[in-house]
Write a protein that binds this ligand. Structure first.
Ligand code: PHE
Length: 501
């Protein structure tokens, strides 16, 4: 029988009586594990070996686990310190024992929670008691921890599970394949096997010398285990942002850009947000301690000031509240990209605009929110507006329906809303594909006269700010935005999520 060299090597290293793992065979033959796996599968196809598959579980200490392996589990340290302080006879003040146990920060809570659970004693009204019968030497979690450090097998599954639950160890699973010779394999070996020299890659030398004509090529085995390679790829949020941009360009929009740190004038004042109104802090913007903005167009500044103080039009009315240029010139990180819409609509960005016009941006905004599954301190807003004669709310709704449909979202819901700068205003909602919950995906409306007049716009403008991350949640079913970006992101999720087209 003639077989490729690698198969001959594996066959010779395998045994009819003992299972040999791919790892062992790789060591015995000097071949790479993936080559051995490929050869083993080919030999199995030829009936010469069997390949068995098993899941092997192993545990490795986390950094926290390593710390406790050195210093001792917090609850054990607490018990020892309590006994030293005499708490096995009479209760002792907590503070004293915690100090003596050298427990610090979160370790205190960890120690207390596990102290009671393991029956080391109890803590009540600031005093600690230690059960004289308890034996820290018999602590099964401490024993499992010590065994893991020493690289020894741990038989106590409950203790291991508990370490994993406490975040002190990680559980790893991997597939282990083992090879055994079949009767045919043994016979073939006894009859003698000739190694056919095979070639696994074509080289330029083989081509020039003509040697390629005579060699035997190793067949590809696409099922062979191979090391996983993580190539770089464009972040899913960025991919979606690009798709949103393409979609809006396809709908006839042009892109706006502008400063992330901008004056309150463009962020708030142009939007008819009174300077002393909670709406100004409602954005909870990040204020920057930098020089105020000097170059605000004087005529526009004056018109905006007058809109705030006296209102717009004959029967207009202002806010009757203080308005100062100083506040208007202060710099914040923008809490929305509506600042860009103001810059463009004012004519100061790319000159005066004639209706109809459509603009958008997909850009970062910053808000001092509390982090939770649907909020980050920075996120991407899909800003947009349409300037035209005689726009109605139906145009606004129709535009959203057309836009979201491109992303497979067809169940939009609208809720009346209030913004100081639009009338009427609507919030948009979509249904989360996994949880079925309605989630807010955007805010919109028709800019009011008090916004448009000072900007010098004489026709209607409908506008919106949509959250890119929320769109992503509806498209992919993500339920925690912190998995997708920011410091807590889930790299495996990002690597494995298939891109939707
Ligand atoms: N600025 C609003 C969005 C919006 C833009 C334009 C008009 C209406 C609403 C927000 O951040 O929520």
């Amino acid at each position: 029988m003639r077989l490729p060299e690698s198969q001959v090597a594996v066959l010779e290293a395998a045994s009819a009586t003992d299972e040999r793992t791919i790892e062992q065979l790789s060591e015995a033959t000097g071949l790479k594990p993936e080559t051995v796996t490929g050869a083993a599968f080919d030999l199995e196809d030829a009936g010469l070996v069997t390949v068995a598959t098993a899941e092997a579980v192993s545990h490795a200490l986390t950094a926290e686990g390593e710390t406790y392996a050195d210093a001792g589990l917090p609850e054990v340290r607490l018990y020892r310190a309590a006994v030293d302080a005499g708490a096995d006879a009479d209760p002792v003040p907590m503070g004293e024992v915690i100090g003596a146990a050298a427990l610090d920060g979160p370790e205190v809570d960890i120690a207390l929670a596990n102290y009671a659970r393991k029956g080391y004693g109890e803590v009540a009204s600031g005093e600690i008691r230690a059960d004289p019968e308890a034996d820290p030497e018999a602590d099964s979690e401490a024993a499992a921890l010590a065994a893991l450090v020493a690289d020894e097998a741990v038989a106590d599954d409950d203790a291991l599970d508990q370490l994993v639950r406490r975040g002190l160890a990680d559980r790893n699973e991997r597939t282990v394949r083992s090879v055994t010779l079949t009767d045919e394999g043994v016979t073939a070996l006894m009859e003698g096997i000739e190694a056919a020299e095979t070639v696994d890659r074509l080289t330029p030398e083989m081509l020039t010398s003509g040697e390629w004509r005579d060699v035997e090529f190793t067949p590809y085995n696409v099922e062979a285990d191979a090391p996983e390679r993580q190539g770089g790829k464009v972040h899913i949020l960025r991919q979606t942002a690009e798709r949103v941009k393409d979609t809006l360009v396809g709908m006839g929009f042009r892109e706006m850009d502008g400063p992330h740190a901008d004056s309150e004038f463009w962020i708030n004042d142009c939007l008819f947000m009174p300077q002393d109104h909670p709406a100004r802090t409602h954005w909870d913007q990040f204020a920057l301690d930098v020089a105020p903005m000097a170059d605000i167009p004087e005529d526009l500044l004056e018109r905006v000031r007058s809109a705030h103080l006296d209102g717009v039009g004959d029967d207009g009315d202002g806010y009757h509240s203080p308005w100062t240029e100083e506040v208007a010139r202060e710099i914040d990180l923008r809490g929305h990209t509506t600042s860009l819409s103001m810059r463009y609509l004012s004519g100061h960005e790319i000159g005066d605009l004639e209706p109809p016009e459509r603009f958008f941006s997909v850009e970062k905004v910053y808000r001092n929110d509390t982090l939770d599954p649907t909020h980050l301190l920075e996120f991407f807003q899909i800003e947009g507006w349409v300037m035209a004669e005689d726009l109605s709310v139906r145009d606004l709704m129709g535009t959203f329906e057309e836009f979201y449909e491109q992303f497979g979202i067809t169940d939009l819901q609208f809720k009346p809303h209030y913004n100081p700068y639009t009338e009427p205003s609507f919030e948009l909602f979509g249904t989360h594909p996994e949880t079925g919950e309605l989630i807010e995906i955007g805010n919109s409306g028709m800019f009011r006269e008090e916004v448009l007049r000072p900007l010098g716009v004489e026709c209607d403008v409908m506008a919106w700010g949509l959250a890119l991350e929320r769109l992503l949640m509806l498209m992919y079913g993500f339920d925690d935005i912190r998995d997708v970006h920011g410091t807590l992101c889930d790299l495996d999720l990002l690597r494995e999520t298939e891109v939707l087209h």
